[in-house]
Each structure stands twice: as C-alpha cells, then as structure tokens.
Design a protein around this ligand. Structure first.
Ligand SMILES: [Zn+2]
Ligand SMILES: [Zn+2]
Length: 599
C-alpha cells in the first residue's frame, strides 16, 4: 500500500492547527506580539514571531498550558475566503489585530502582498461563543487546510526555540522561532519523544568526545576532525579488515598525493563540474596552480595510463584509503558525517565490457561482506538509472542498458534487495547506493558503486584487445563504507558507542584490585597484547574497584578482567562483560576460548 502524501494527511492538518493554536496562545500571553508564519514541518510545526518580550525555553511550559486551555474550548476552525486583496487587507487590520493596533499585522500584510494575483486569499478563524453569548475569534491569514476544531489538537509538545530571519534573509530582522510537535495519539507522541532521546544519547558527536574517538578545534577549522588514539585505532581496525578483503579479491594498493596540478583536474573536467566543492586553488612561485584533492579517481587513471595495457591485464583494481578535502558549506558541516576532510575507502576498477557483470558481482559481494561484518544487516540498494526525458547523460544507450542490466543481475545473484530510482544515475553512468537502516529505523545512505563511461573517454584510456586493436575500458568507482568518517559516525550511533568486540578500540580492561596486583596485571597485559594480539588497557590508578568498573563500563569496553589475591593464587581472572555483568572467575585459557568467536 502506498503511504499517503504527508502534505495531504490528517497529521499535516493537525500540526498546522497546532501551530495556529500556539499563535493564539502567544497573542494572549504576549500582548502586542507580531505573528509571522507558522507552517507544519516534518515531525511537527513552528511559528515565527516578533516579540518585544524575549521568549525563552523555560516559557514553553507556560505556552503549552495556555494551548491546552484554548484547545479544550472546542473552538470551531472556520475557513473564510476574502473577496479580493483589499478586502483581505481590511480584514487583517480590523479583525486579526485584536484591537492592538495595526503594527502587530506588519508581517501578515507583507505576506498578503506576496500572494500571487488570482490566487484565493483565505483566513482561518478559531471561533467560540462563551456562556454570555459573546463570540470570541482568532483569525489568521492562511492557506490551510486545518482540522475542524481545536479540540482535536490534544497530543503535542513544544520542543525548542531558535532564531530565524524573516523570509530567511540575513538582512531582515531576526524573529523567534518556536518549534513544537504534535501527533494523533499520546502513544505516537511518546514514541517520538523517546526516539529523540535515544538519538540524542547516540549522537556520534557527543559519544565521539566521551569515548575519545575524535575532536574538533576552532584553531583547526570546521569540518576537520582530529582523530584521537581510540578513534584512530578504530579506523585502523576497519582499514585492516577491508584491506584483507580487498587483497583476497585481487585489488592492488596505490597511494597518491594530497595536491595536484590544476592540469589533472582540467583533464578530468572536475575544475568545471566540481568547482563549488573545491577549496580555493593555490599558486606557486612559478605560477603553477595546484588543487587540494577532492577525489582520487584522476590519480588512479594516471597510474593506469602509465603503461600499455593488454586485454589480459584487465581488470585492474586500484585501491586507496584516500583522504580528500571538499569545501562543504559551514552550515552543512555535521560532525564527521559531513566533514571537509575525510578518507574514502576508494577503489577504481578498469574493466573490459565483457567483465562488467563479473566485476559487479564481486563488488556487490564485497559490500555485502563488509556490512555483515559490521553488523549492519538491514539494508537495501538503490539503483540509479537514466531519466529518459533528460539529455544530460553521456555515452551510448547500449552501454547504459548493458551496465544497468549488469548491476541488476549482480544484485539478484547476490540476493541484495534493490529498487530502481529513475533519474538518480550520475551523468556518466548508472550507480548503486546502499541505504542502511539503523537501530532507530533511520535511513543512512552509505557505500556506492558507480559505472563511468566519461573519465575513460576524457583521458582516452585504452587497452589492446585480442584483435590487436585499441579498446576503451569501463571504469567502476566503488566505496563500500562510503567514507571512514561516515561509517564510524553510523556505527557509533548504531551501537551507541558499544562497538562489537572485534571493532572496540579497547577490547579488554584489566582492573587490579589494589597496588599489590599491578605487577600481575602488567604481566597479563603483555600476554594478551603480544601473544593473543588483543587491544588491552590496565587501570592502575589508586581507585576503588567499583569506580574502575563504572568507568570501563562508561567507556563501553567489552570485557573487564578483575585481578585480586585469590585470582593470582588460583591462576584465574574475574571476568565481567559489558552486556552481562559478572561472569565469575575463569582461567585465561577459558576466557580466550570464550571470546574467540567474536574476534
Ligand atoms: Zn496557517
Ligand atoms: Zn572515483
């Protein structure tokens, strides 16, 4: 069944009415307040207001109470259509200002002028007749639609306050934006609030700091993370895993520089197609212009092109954990999910047309292996195809058809759920994007595979075929993680920082009970580190065992090994697990055996 369009749903009207109800409450609590706009949005609604009295977060409860009071009055919500713009203006000045003078209608009058000619101008009127028979009204210029009575607005909560410029223009006055949310049932409202709280607890920016993974510094600049020892260890673990998988699949490592002459990016076309995302160019004393690398592809192409290739040499698969820099707008930089400097788990495959299917199967298989290992089991793939109505695409139709079909066959063969999204292809070829559903049901677009007919053409790439004639290879770009940063951001939120054993930056914390157990603890540390290749820490501070356990637990260390007199005497360790608590004393061998399956 198709989900109804949000804009046409009852929930959308309900939230719009909640916004109006809030506006009514505000006019009663803050006489003289000027109302601007108040639309429903994803997950709720807001209203922008201009108040001479500042409105703060602590006032939200008071406003909520007033809204509840007004909602219960069962005000009818009536649509009124103005005859023309003049009639609407009169109505605004006479009926919406509630006798507070024409100034309070400042923004509404501007909105009225912005209504296009010929469009119906409507108002929504919240009406009720009190016991004395007096009619009370709250009229707001609005396109609607709304619910029938304020009584329907029951399950709502005001969330936060922010500043917002009138009409989104920084040159205009800054208004106060009050955000709220509303649902049809109390249960849905509570679920939503619970999910927000969960998301907050899992926020990778907060956990990243608490767990010592990464940090940002204003002296370094926005979107440029500094990886701390534990975060760097996590990266190394992920890189090591993927390197092994790639080696098994015939990839070869390459390493390329951070900057290149502008000539490389002129050849690739990025100087034109990608200029917005590049850091400002640099010029040296010889007037040569250099560009900070925004992507690795052109470098790998140079390597491919550095020698004559025969059909027997293909496929060539060059892999690089390539750090790139892209000039994201400062407003769009979000922790490590959208950073200005990040590392792609990049590779470029140069293949013959007859190898496309097999190579695609290999790439899809690798992606599946990666996601499985990371414990990300809930994912689907989006196949971006050409929009037949557009002419922005390059390359022959036959190639497109062959590549699209190869991707589909690869997904089918590997049992990957996919859906086709027409028009989502890159201009140079079809692509497959992985969309992962996390523990809170949120979708994350992660790894990608793209077929490219453009760059081989631009660089005039060749291989000598069986017929001794030159042929053009096809290029595949692929990144199963997407980037290390994005994937670590996702994993941090997915696991709320409690990474699976094999990924945990510190896998085992050794906790000596007192000073006299420290030597034994250090001995155990060396054994675990050198013989068993585990990532271990000893907490040799003079703290109580209780405190050491609590901190290791907060750091989400999978196992704690407690060492006391009895353990040293018996040759055992007291094992505690992050998930299951105290597991009792066991020999080191028994412990190693226990953790082996999760390594
Ligand atoms: Zn409205
Ligand atoms: Zn690429």
């Amino acid at each position: 069944m198709e989900a109804p369009v949000y804009e046409e749903s009852y929930l959308y009207r309900l939230r719009h009415s909640a916004a109006h109800l809030m506006a009514q409450a505000l006019t009663e609590l803050y006489p003289g307040i000027k109302l601007a706009i108040g639309p429903p949005i994803e997950n709720g609604f807001y209203y922008d207001v201009d108040s001479s009295v500042p409105i703060r977060e602590e006032d939200l409860t008071k406003i909520e109470v007033k809204m509840k009071e007004l909602a219960k009055l069962d005000q009818r919500i009536v649509r009124i259509v103005a005859e023309d713009r003049d009639a609407a203006r009169t109505k605004i000045l006479e009926e919406t200002t509630l006798g507070q003078g024409p100034e309070v209608a400042e923004y509404k009058l501007q909105l009225l002028e912005a209504v296009p000619d010929g469009q119906e101008i409507s108002f929504y009127d919240q009406q009720r007749t009190d016991r004395a028979g007096v009619l009370h009204r709250f009229i707001d210029l609005c396109r609607g639609p709304h619910v029938d009575t304020t009584k329907e607005v029951k399950h709502f909560k005001l969330m936060s306050i922010a500043g917002a410029y009138w009409r989104g223009d920084v040159k205009n006055k800054q208004l106060t934006r009050i955000y709220g949310t509303a649902f049809e049932t109390q249960e849905e409202l509570e679920t939503h609030l619970h999910n927000l709280e969960e998301a907050r607890k899992r926020d990778h920016r907060i956990l990243g700091r608490e767990l010592g993974l990464f940090m940002f510094s204003p002296r370094v600049g926005p979107g440029l993370p500094l990886w701390l020892p534990k975060g760097a260890t996590l990266r190394d673990t992920m890189v090591g895993f993927l390197k092994d998988e790639q080696l098994k699949r015939g990839y070869e490592p390459v390493v390329t520089p951070q900057i290149a002459s502008i000539r490389l990016y002129e050849k690739s076309g990025h100087v034109i197609t990608y200029k917005d995302k590049m850091f400002p160019f640099m010029e040296d004393e010889e007037k040569e212009t250099y560009i900070l690398k925004p992507m690795n592809c052109p470098f790998h192409i140079e390597i491919y092109q550095s020698q004559m290739r025969s059909y027997r040499d293909l496929p060539v698969r060059y892999a690089e954990f390539g750090t790139v820099h892209r000039y994201e707008q400062s407003g769009e930089v979000t922790g490590i999910l959208r950073a200005r400097g990040f590392t792609q788990d990049d590779a470029h495959l140069f293949v013959r047309p007859d190898q496309l299917l097999e190579e695609f199967i290999g790439v899809v298989d690798l992606m599946k292996t990666v996601l499985n290992r990371l414990g990300l089991k809930d994912f689907k793939a989006r196949l971006g195809t050409k929009d037949p109505a557009s002419d922005k695409y390059i390359g022959h139709d036959d190639n497109w058809t062959a590549a699209t079909s190869a991707i589909e066959q690869a997904c089918q063969k590997m049992g990957v759920d996919y859906f086709v999204s027409v028009g989502d292809a890159a201009f140079y070829g079809p692509k497959l994007d992985l969309i992962i559903k996390d523990a809170l049901g949120r979708d994350w677009q992660m790894g990608t595979v793209q077929v490219d007919y453009n760059l081989p053409e631009r660089f005039e790439l060749e291989y000598i075929g069986e017929d001794s004639k030159p042929h053009r290879p096809i290029m595949i770009h692929r990144a199963p993680f997407g980037s290390l940063e994005r994937m670590i951001g996702l994993l941090t939120e997915q696991y709320a920082g409690a990474f699976p054993f094999w990924l945990a930056p510190v896998q085992i914390a050794i906790l000596p009970i007192s000073d006299r157990h420290v030597d034994a603890a250090k001995e155990l540390y060396l054994k675990l580190r050198d013989t068993h290749k585990l990532r271990v820490q000893v907490d040799e501070r003079r703290e109580t065992l209780g405190k050491k356990i609590r901190e290791a637990q907060l750091q989400k260390v999978p196992y704690m090994l407690v060492l006391g007199d009895r353990d040293i005497e018996m040759g055992t360790v007291g094992v505690r697990s992050r998930e299951d608590g105290d597991l009792g004393a066991m020999t080191l061998e028994a412990f190693i055996e226990k953790i082996t399956p999760s390594r």
